[in-house]
Design a protein around this ligand. Structure first.
Ligand code: PMT
Length: 402
């Protein structure tokens, strides 16, 4: 039985020749047991009639904000709450651009902006439009906003040209929807702890020792675990990035000691613990209650003491938990990562090097090598941190089933 049974799906159709394939997609989704509400743009109706779509879906097609003769308002907000998934197929260059930039001038875009759950986009356009930097920028924005892109295929296009831009076949789009729902259940019942961001170690009320960690890597990992159905506790240092997934329990801390205490108090219950935070190794031995003055001094010496090693502390407490650390290196990368893996009793360590231009602090991308306690060394190319999070979780979860 398909896992689409009983699911509420919005099928958004924009104005491209591939709209004829949306009829097949609609039929397939309904056959698999989904309840489908079609939302079509005014241009979409030039390619396919609402009568065909409403007959197949069993629901009136929504296109305008109001029904002209009755004044009935079609609530995109209610639709956004109702849907478990929204699929935009075909998504033209114009619709993709509007989605990426929040240009809410039709019902499909307002519904997209109101959608609470996952959105999936199947682009369809001519090859030059597809590879245009503006389209690619918009696709990248949608990916960053968490939208799943069902990549177009290469082949003969409506224009007669040959290249990438054909909307993916309806069967493949339906499979992507099924994959999405099964992914949501993948880690159901698993408990996960993730640390993210820097720690700040106070010197006085206005100064601290910190580092450049933005929290993006750790947040991406927490979000990906949550999207796979896990119960996630995120312990975050002082960061300023938005949390995209719902249902994550977030605990904000400032110093390494606070982070250690929060980690230890949650550790027992956990199945997976991922330590992506850049924890300060040292803290001032004393914290001044008042702002340290510059006048009357030639300079200043700070006496620092070692902070607790959170990873090693958890490594010593470990029972059945899978413990995954990070190693941020500038030299002798693999050697240093292996040393940390053993010393901290980790199951996996994720190596990223500041020598890689696409890796490390603050960037949206990272380039990692995942190293296992059993000798696995898996290299990944540079990717968006959201994609890196998927790779790391795939390795860690598959490692469990081996
Ligand atoms: O936050 P972003 O801007 O997205 O950047 C991401 C990142 C570069 C911070 C991230 O990818 C990363 O590498 N995090 C770990 C940084 C780090 O502190 O590495 P390390 O090699 O010094 O530490 C090794 C491991 O021990 C890490 O898992 C760290 O969390 C942990 N550690 C370190 C020191 C300490 N006192 N306690 C610890 O638990």
């Amino acid at each position: 039985m398909s896992n689409l049974k009983g699911k509420h799906i919005i099928l958004g159709i924009s104005g491209g020749i591939a709209a004829y394939k949306s009829v097949m997609l609609l039929r397939l989704l309904v056959k698999k047991g989904a309840e489908v509400q079609v939302v079509i743009t005014p241009n979409g109706k030039e390619f396919i009639t609402p009568v065909t779509l409403s007959s197949l879906s069993g629901k009136p097609v929504v296109s305008e904000f109001f029904t002209a003769n009755t004044g009935e308002w079609h609530s995109h907000v209610d639709l956004g709450i109702w849907a478990d998934l929204m699929i935009v197929a075909p998504a033209t260059a114009s619709t993709i651009g509007k989605m990426a930039n929040g240009i809410a001038d039709n019902m499909l875009i307002t519904t997209y902006l109101s959608a609470k759950e996952q959105v999936m986009v199947a682009p369809a356009m001519d090859l030059d439009m597809w590879r245009h930097p503006s389209t690619q920028r918009n696709i990248e924005t949608l990916r960053r906003d968490g939208v799943i892109i069902v990549e177009p295929e290469a082949g003969e296009l409506a224009s007669g040209l040959i290249g990438k831009g054909r909307m993916e076949e309806p069967e493949k789009i339906a499979e992507a929807a099924e994959r999405y729902f099964s992914r949501q259940e993948e880690l159901h019942g698993k408990k996960v702890l993730v640390t993210a961001g820097p720690t700040f170690e106070n010197i006085d009320p206005v100064r601290f020792i910190g580092n450049y960690s933005s929290g993006k890597m750790g947040f991406a990992i927490a979000e990906e675990f949550a999207e796979r159905g896990a119960d996630v506790v995120l312990i975050a240092g002082p960061v300023n990035v938005p949390l995209r997934a719902e249902g994550i329990r977030r605990i904000d801390v400032t110093s390494a000691r606070e982070m250690r205490d929060a980690c230890v108090s949650h550790f027992n219950d956990m199945d997976y613990v991922v330590l992506a935070a850049a924890v300060a190794d040292y803290a001032p031995a004393e914290v001044s209650d008042v702002k340290i003055k510059r006048e009357g001094t030639d300079g200043m010496t700070l006496h620092l003491v070692k902070n607790p090693d959170i990873a090693a502390t958890l490594g010593a407490l470990k029972k059945n938990q899978k413990l995954i650390g990070f190693a941020l290196e500038t030299d002798h990368e693999l050697e240093n990562a292996l040393h940390k893996l053993k010393k901290k009793n980790l199951d996996w360590i994720v190596l990223n090097s500041l020598r890689d231009p696409d890796a490390g602090f603050m960037k949206d991308t990272n380039k990692v090598t995942v190293v296992g306690a059993s000798g696995e060394v898996i290299d990944f190319p540079a990717k968006q941190k959201s994609e890196v999070a998927k790779d790391i979780i795939d390795v860690v979860v598959n490692g469990e089933t081996e």
